[in-house]
Design a protein around this ligand. Structure first.
Ligand SMILES: [Zn+2]
Length: 442
């Protein structure tokens, strides 16, 4: 390292967070899920370099060629306390540049936002964490607990080459770590000028991606077919696609509904939760999927010639189950699919749920209130999944807390994997202040 590239001591986290975020967006880490993308190696090296610049000694772990994660432990001032994990993924979902206002991998700043693939999922948080920890190390403000930073590969395809690889093969990196924070939580939902709810993720649904198979009798398309695999499969897929699983209110969703109905002054009708949720407006889509199990048909495949009846037809379902309702999900699904359909699991991972209590939650709430007097932190359940599923296997209590103060009119949920993904510059700077404050008390 030369003196010329050493950051000036006057550089603050707020100063550099935007540039860090833009740099990360410019490194294309598209994850196609089939190993064909560019991988995360360049981004992992960039992160390692930024950490090394302030004197830390990060290490890069490769699961497969080019699939790289960067991990560093920052020793706290009180080694008797359990460690805190802060994790972020380096990969992004692909983007079709023709659909975008700005090149998704250019990291443009326009209209007071940083634009690009990963701007909210989740190179924003990666940049915030880098900026805050670089600043704290530079200025000697070390947190009291050990902090383990993990910038990982492959979250967007289930984490096998990232978080799951680290947990299965390098668990020692996380020794003594009791709690963790990561993505999809801590963002604001504006009720009015005096009240902004910040949704902290304390639960997430489990996933079961599966293949459905129907075997039939192959034959000539001109003849009478008694046992057409396509017909049988199509009927089963239509049944499950239209099926509504029963409403199941978990403790997290109950707590969220109580908070939100209180904040909005809406009476919750326990006998008609669905129509009550409809009245919640823009956040209805966020929580609508967390009151029941779901199974969505997403792929269909059969046949190879118009006059040939194929011997087999297949489909894929994206199944999501609530914490505590996995067995019910499978039993009900099989009843809907019927006896002709075979079901094979392609990828499955657990549901998670923890309480909204304890010192770490207090530290999140206090940090949000300190930088937004209108803030109220509330727990919520994520309908999707994150790398927390892997880290939870090490006994780490995981939260989604990547703080962002958002404009009331921004469709934040629509930004995830969406076209014109962008994050407000002010939101990034707010997040930096909140994370820094949080680490004072975490
Ligand atoms: Zn993500």
């Amino acid at each position: 390292m030369t003196e010329a590239v050493r950051p000036q001591p006057t550089t603050t986290a707020e100063d550099e967070v935007v540039d860090l975020c833009r740099d990360l967006i410019r490194i294309d880490t598209s994850n196609y899920g089939d190993g064909s993308g560019p991988g995360e190696r360049a981004a992992a090296e960039y992160v390692a370099e930024k950490l090394a610049e302030v004197g830390l000694e990060p290490k890069i772990y490769e699961s497969e060629r080019g699939r790289a994660s960067t991990v560093v432990r920052i020793e706290g001032t009180d080694r008797s306390r359990p460690g805190l994990l802060i994790h972020g993924h380096l990969d992004v979902v692909p983007a079709n540049a023709a659909d975008w206002t700005y090149d998704p991998f250019a990291g443009e700043v326009a209209d007071d936002c940083v634009w690009g693939r990963g701007a909210v999922d989740m190179k924003d948080m990666d940049a915030m964490v880098l900026a805050v920890l670089r600043d704290r190390v530079r200025t000697g403000r070390l947190p009291s607990r050990d902090i383990v930073l993990a910038f990982v590969a492959d979250e967007e395809a289930g984490g096998l080459f990232g978080a799951r690889h680290l947990v299965n093969n390098h668990a020692d990196l996380f020794e003594g770590v009791s709690e963790g924070i990561g993505e999809v939580g801590g963002f604001s939902f504006t009720v009015n000028d005096d009240l902004r709810l910040y949704l902290v993720e304390t639960a997430q649904k489990g996933m079961d991606w599966m293949r459905l198979i129907v075997d039939g009798t192959a034959g000539h398309g001109s003849m009478i077919a008694k046992d057409n695999a396509i017909t049988e499969l199509a009927e089963a897929v239509a049944r499950v696609g239209r099926h509504k699983f029963p409403i199941r209110v978990t403790k997290t969703v109950r707590a969220f509904l109580d908070e939100i109905s209180d904040a909005l002054g809406i009476e919750l009708d326990p006998d008609d939760i669905e129509s009550t949720i409809e009245r919640l407006g823009p956040i209805a889509s966020i929580i609508g999927a967390t009151i029941r199990n779901t199974a969505q048909p997403t792929m269909l495949n059969a046949g190879y010639k118009v006059n040939v009846i194929p011997g087999q037809a297949t489909a894929h379902l994206d199944g999501r189950f609530l914490p505590g309702f996995e067995d019910e999900f499978h039993a009900e699904l099989d009843a809907v699919l019927g006896p002709r359909v075979r079901r094979e699991t392609v990828h499955t991972d657990q549901a998670l749920e923890t309480g909204f209590d304890g010192a770490l939650v207090e530290a999140m709430s206090a940090a949000l209130r300190a930088h937004d007097p209108a803030a109220r932190a509330v727990p919520y359940c994520l309908s999707g999944g994150t790398d927390a599923k892997s880290f939870a296997d090490l006994g780490i209590r995981c939260f989604g807390f990547a703080p962002l103060k958002l404009p009331a009119d921004l469709d934040f949920a629509g930004m995830f994997h969406g076209v014109d993904e962008r994050v407000p510059v002010d939101g990034l700077k707010f997040g930096v202040r909140v994370l820094d404050h949080f680490l004072d008390n975490a």
